[in-house]
Design a protein around this ligand. Structure first.
Ligand code: SF4
Length: 709
């Protein structure tokens, strides 16, 4: 139970912030704080600070205007500190991350009376590797084989070296923190790749530059922080490394996932594997060509010599296997002679995620050889790492180990990834659980045919339940839209959230009766494409000439067709997505509204979620079509197939709930502030004629309705 002192601390901090900033206390905000305090304050711990209960997570849907950042920071921060845990605030977008870091946390530190430190966490790849910088600028011999692997023998190496020298200078003088984001110029990806390392390549405490390392300096700062601002990708990357690699161990942290509805999709992409045959043949060839140099440099160490001696056979075994799998892939795709002349890309998904037996057998062979290769390279990496330790006598000079470890570790990483993909292709999924999606993509790389094999789980639920919710000390998941059709089930299924956790949809501060939801007589069934398109054209053409409107399309082709068919006088008011960068498009829209002119934004799905145009900047949202996703992506299609095979109805279980979320988000563009008003027009007649229509309408906020009969 939350003790009284902690409760008073939270209440006093809230009062101070409300007074200092003259905020209006909001019911939903207070309720949100109470829910968080009840959940996190109710966590019981043993004498080692280990959580004892399993109701440590709350899921709170809180619409725009609730003031949720303030609510979760004020409620969770004192509890995290009292329980000796760190608060990790994770967002899906940079915009929200910047708002939390640059506005909300500094404001809270100033006004709340709470004393805390905060810091931004970034992945290792955002920081320069000082050891690499040192190598490039001449402190150590560059390794020629490394450049071959990274395909970065830049024509103008002098420009790259000049950049590295400027970096050394700025970093040495303390004028730069060593991160890519704060470097004053933009750095091209190729140059940056040469200046960073991954977790395998980093020599960690054994590195001669450890004390001056930019990444580890930032990590030490994180250790001091009470609040760590991160993003979902970083949290998931950390979890996939076992947790505690970049961020605190999940057991030592309370997570706040803002924009939490993005977590399941982000998680899926972290658990997927890919393997492109052409690219692999390339790095295997480079490895083969580097064997002489590797032997010359490292064979003085007897174990390394023995391990290196096994590589030619392993590499030789791989070549024909990759050739076979390449051919099999093209045959399975019905393109035994390669892509047709008019094709640039072809994707073939295996039904039910089942790879054909022949391919599975080839995968099993590849698993064995890649496992062999990965093991050998890992053993060599381990010896090289040990050789950096002054207390260990491995028989290898530190300089040699330092020069070769990044390369061996890089190839080890690639062999590991290849191994993981082929393991996924060689497996048969257990009959009663959802399968993995498996598919192949044919393309051309530099005019040459290539094939990529991919595998992904269809749901991240199990992994998230195990690695995140099951391990973390506490968690809050929040977003403006978490429910589908008014319920949390869809989120639970996708994110692996247990039903025993606390769930609450908080009341909005907005008066939705200020807005009208209209399904006019003109709304057509998109099943008849021409009639539907014509209905949109006529509706948009008849808009008042000073209206500030957002028209949301679900197909780019239809957006273009409607724009083309509009009369010239209306077309002039249209600002179409893709024609302009988003920022400029919004600026032009605001300028037009500011001078009393009408403006009509034509946008696709991303505009249904990411547009914030309060007040007069947006008074009419037109949704041309119910936002059903076409399950044509291999992961979604495999999941739908699995549900059907189990006697379920994929459309009702996935498509309708997902459309409900998107529809709520799209409608959410209209009311951004308390006094906002306007109209939402739905131009898809199916909402009236199909049986799911009522459920979709009922899940929307209580707008005034004008529904044509
Ligand atoms: S500790 Fe790792 S990242 Fe830091 S300088 Fe050394 S090798 Fe580079």
């Amino acid at each position: 139970m939350l003790d009284d002192a902690l409760k008073s601390e939270i209440q006093a901090a809230y009062r101070r912030v409300v007074e200092q900033l003259s905020l209006t206390p909001r019911y939903g905000q207070r309720l949100m704080m109470a829910e968080i305090a009840r959940t996190l304050g109710g966590i019981s711990m043993d004498s080692d600070g280990k959580r004892q209960n399993d109701t440590h997570v709350c899921v709170l849907e809180a619409g725009t205007g609730t003031g949720k950042t303030l609510a979760y920071l004020l409620a969770a921060l004192p509890i995290a500190k009292a329980q000796g845990k760190r608060l990790i605030v994770s967002t899906a977008t940079i915009a929200l991350q910047e708002q939390v870091l640059n506005q909300d946390l500094p404001m809270l530190a100033k006004e709340s009376g709470l004393s805390f430190r905060y810091s931004l966490a970034k992945g290792r790849g955002r920081y320069v590797c000082v050891a690499r910088l040192d190598q490039v600028t001449g402190g150590a011999e560059p390794n020629p084989a490394m450049s071959l692997f990274e395909q970065d023998l830049a024509a103008d190496n002098s420009e790259f070296e000049a950049l590295a020298t400027r970096m050394v200078d700025a970093y040495g003088k303390g004028e730069w923190q060593g991160d890519r984001d704060s470097w004053p110029e933009s750095i091209d990806a190729q140059s940056w790749r040469r200046l960073t390392v991954d977790h395998r390549q980093c020599t960690n405490r054994r590195c001669g530059h450890f004390a001056a390392c930019a990444f580890f300096r930032a990590r030490r700062d994180l250790e001091e922080a009470d609040v760590i601002v991160a993003n979902h990708d970083l949290v998931l990357a950390d979890l996939s490394l076992g947790g505690g690699a970049i961020l605190p161990e999940p057991e030592e942290a309370i997570f706040i996932f803002d924009e939490g509805h993005h977590l399941p999709d982000k998680a899926l992409s972290h658990f997927a594997h890919r393997f492109a045959v052409h690219a692999c043949l390339g790095w295997l060839k480079t490895l083969k060509n580097s064997l002489t140099e590797l032997n010359q440099a490292l064979a003085a160490q007897t174990t390394v010599a023995r391990l290196l001696a096994t590589l030619p056979d392993t590499l030789q075994a791989l070549e024909p296997l990759l050739g076979d799998v390449f051919q099999t892939g093209f045959q399975l795709a019905g393109r035994p002679d390669g892509l047709h002349d008019d094709e640039t890309f072809q994707q073939v998904r295996f039904e039910g995620g089942k790879a054909p037996d022949g391919l599975r057998e080839q995968a099993t062979q590849l698993v064995k050889v890649f496992a062999n290769l990965a093991r050998t390279l890992e053993s060599i990496s381990d010896i090289l790492r040990e050789s950096l330790d002054p207390d260990k006598q491995t028989g290898l000079a530190r300089e040699q180990a330092e020069a070769w470890l990044p390369l061996v570790a890089l190839v080890h990483g690639r062999a590991d990834e290849a191994h993981a993909l082929w393991v996924a292709f060689s497996k048969v999924d257990p009959p009663k659980s959802p399968p993995s999606a498996r598919w192949i993509s044919l393309s051309r790389v530099n005019g040459e045919p290539d094939i990529e094999f991919s595998a992904s789980p269809v749901s991240a639920a199990e992994t998230l339940a195990k690695t995140l919710w099951g391990r973390c000390h506490g968690a809050v998941v929040t977003s403006a839209t978490l429910t589908a059709l008014g319920r949390f089930e869809r989120l639970q299924e996708r994110a692996g959230l247990a039903s025993r956790y606390r769930y609450q949809a908080l009341p909005s501060p907005f008066d939705y009766a200020n807005a009208v939801l209209s399904v006019p007589q003109a709304a057509a069934d998109p099943g008849n494409r021409d009639v539907h398109e014509q209905a949109i054209v006529e509706f948009v053409a008849a808009l008042g000439k000073d209206e500030a409107t957002l028209v949301l399309f679900s197909s780019r082709a239809q957006l273009r067709a409607v724009e083309k068919a509009l009369p010239e006088r209306v077309k002039q008011r249209v600002l179409a997505q893709d024609a302009l960068p988003k920022r400029e498009l919004l600026e032009r829209h605001r300028e037009a509204v500011d001078v009393g002119k009408g403006s009509i934004i034509f946008g696709l799905a991303s505009f249904a979620e990411g547009i914030d145009l309060p007040g007069d900047y947006l008074t009419h949202v037109i949704i041309t079509r119910l936002p059903f996703a076409v399950p044509d992506d291999p992961v979604g299609a495999t999941l739908a197939e699995w549900i059907e095979s189990q006697g379920g109805n994929a459309f009702m279980q996935i498509s309708v709930p997902d459309a409900s979320i998107k529809l709520v988000q799209a409608c959410g563009r209209l009311i951004r502030k308390e006094n906002d008003r306007g109209r939402i027009t739905l131009l898809d007649r199916r909402v009236l004629t199909r049986r799911y229509g009522k459920a979709l309408l009922d899940a929307l906020p209580p707008f005034r309705r004008e529904i044509a009969g």
